[in-house]
Design a protein around this ligand. Structure first.
Ligand code: KG4
Ligand code: ZN
Length: 373
């Protein structure tokens, strides 16, 4: 007789997405609902913590209800509740975590604490499993988002087939996360918020070799990243080229009218600006790809996992895939929808902890700086 599938409700509220999802046995996504707050934070050009908490409070109940409805389940059908414990904004984390706690206590179901970064790792496995693939471990994993740019060595921790992993940190950014650099450069160029998707869409129209960005030389760990230098270089480039300023004003007006589409923005962007965008993206992508493969080679790993919001980037995916082919390595990404923050990855990461009886009680607290390793 087939064993009953275990249903885990995942709840994610670490940053600016309120998300809930139901995942069966850590693999089958029954629902994944994400309420984005982008429209609220857009006018500030970044996430405002107080506004994020308030919006999570408004969204958490309907988002969880919607995730259950789409899964055709009720709270009683759940086997456990998995919540993001950290890292993230403390006020934002507390909303999802407290709601998850209340559901678990009221129903007498296990409560599981999940590290948001481990969620991003599991997003890759969710996608691979859906495609019938099983990435070989150990692997090197790059998590690259608006809040993180970090490399981990990922090993299996337990019998083959168990999705329980252990992590060692290889390197990470010393200053800005890569997604943060995308967002800041997009802000300087008046391309809207978040910057990643627009820069992704516009970069193919520019010449990526037009503007040279010198890579910042870092002392110490060769697997660390730095993205504040390129951000400043874009700023200096703009200051040296005052002829680009009138189009920045034109795009600012477009955005103020709510016209945020890449096509509309491209119509008021000169070749020189498109070249700058393409060169910025090429530099960031090459930096991420080369360090990740260097880390994989040093750790004798044939598998590379890439996750987080910036993993949705087309050029990053293309470059990783082309290079992996040449190096005889395998690279895995989540689907684009699972690259950015979501709760399916939290439910999936909670599953091995559920199986191991790794349960929390009502004293569980949010950990804004929770490390993965
Ligand atoms: O993982 P995520 O949703 O939230 C964080 O944990 O930060 O990532 C959001 C970040 C933003 O900085 C956004 O600009 C970037 O991911 N992003 C992209 C793309 N889509 C989102 N960056 C580059 N290319 C994209 N297509
Ligand atoms: Zn994230």
């Amino acid at each position: 007789m087939a064993l009953k599938e275990n249903f885990i409700l995942g709840i994610e509220s670490s940053c600016d997405e309120t998300a809930a999802a139901v995942v069966g046995d850590g693999r089958r996504i029954l629902s994944s609902v994400v309420a984005s707050q982008v429209a609220i934070h857009r006018k500030y050009g970044g996430v405002v913590p107080e506004l994020a908490s308030r919006e999570h409070l408004r969204q958490i109940v309907p988002v969880v209800r919607e995730a259950l409805d789409q899964a055709h389940l009720t709270l009683r059908d759940l086997d456990a509740i998995a919540v993001t414990q950290g890292p993230g904004l403390v006020g934002a984390l507390l909303v999802g975590m407290t709601y998850g706690k209340v559901i678990a206590l009221a129903l007498g179901k296990p409560l599981i604490a999940v590290n948001h970064l481990e969620g991003h790792v599991h997003a890759v496995f969710l996608e691979a499993h859906a495609a019938g693939l099983d990435p070989a471990l150990p692997a090197v994993c790059l998590i690259v988002s608006g809040g993180h740019t970090v490399l981990y060595h990922v090993k299996r921790d337990g019998p083959n087939g168990a999705a329980r992993f252990s992590y060692a940190r290889i390197g990470g950014t010393r200053d800005d996360a890569a997604g943060e650099a995308y967002d800041k450069v997009a802000r300087m160029l008046a391309l809207g918020y978040p910057g990643g998707p627009v820069i992704d869409a516009l970069a193919p129209y520019g010449n990526p070799s037009a503007v040279r960005f010198t890579e910042s030389k870092l002392k110490g760990n060769q697997f660390d990243f730095s993205f504040s230098g390129i951000k400043t270089a874009v700023l200096y480039h703009l200051q040296r080229n005052p002829q680009l300023h009138s189009e920045v004003d034109a795009r600012t007006k477009l955005l103020a009218r709510g016209e945020r589409g890449a096509e509309a923005l491209r119509a008021v962007s000169s070749t020189a600006t498109l070249d700058l965008i393409a060169s910025f993206q090429r530099s960031v992508v090459n930096n991420l790809v080369s360090r990740t493969f260097a880390a994989a080679e040093q750790h004798a790993s044939q598998t590379v996992l890439v996750s987080g919001g910036v993993a949705a980037n087309s050029e990053l995916r293309r470059t990783f895939e082309a290079d992996a082919g040449r190096r005889d390595m395998k690279v895995y990404f989540p689907s684009r929808a699972l690259s950015t923050d979501n709760a399916a990855m939290i439910a999936a990461a909670g599953y091995p902890r559920f199986l191991a009886g790794d349960h929390e009680d009502s004293t569980l607290n949010a950990e804004p700086n929770l490390p993965l390793a």
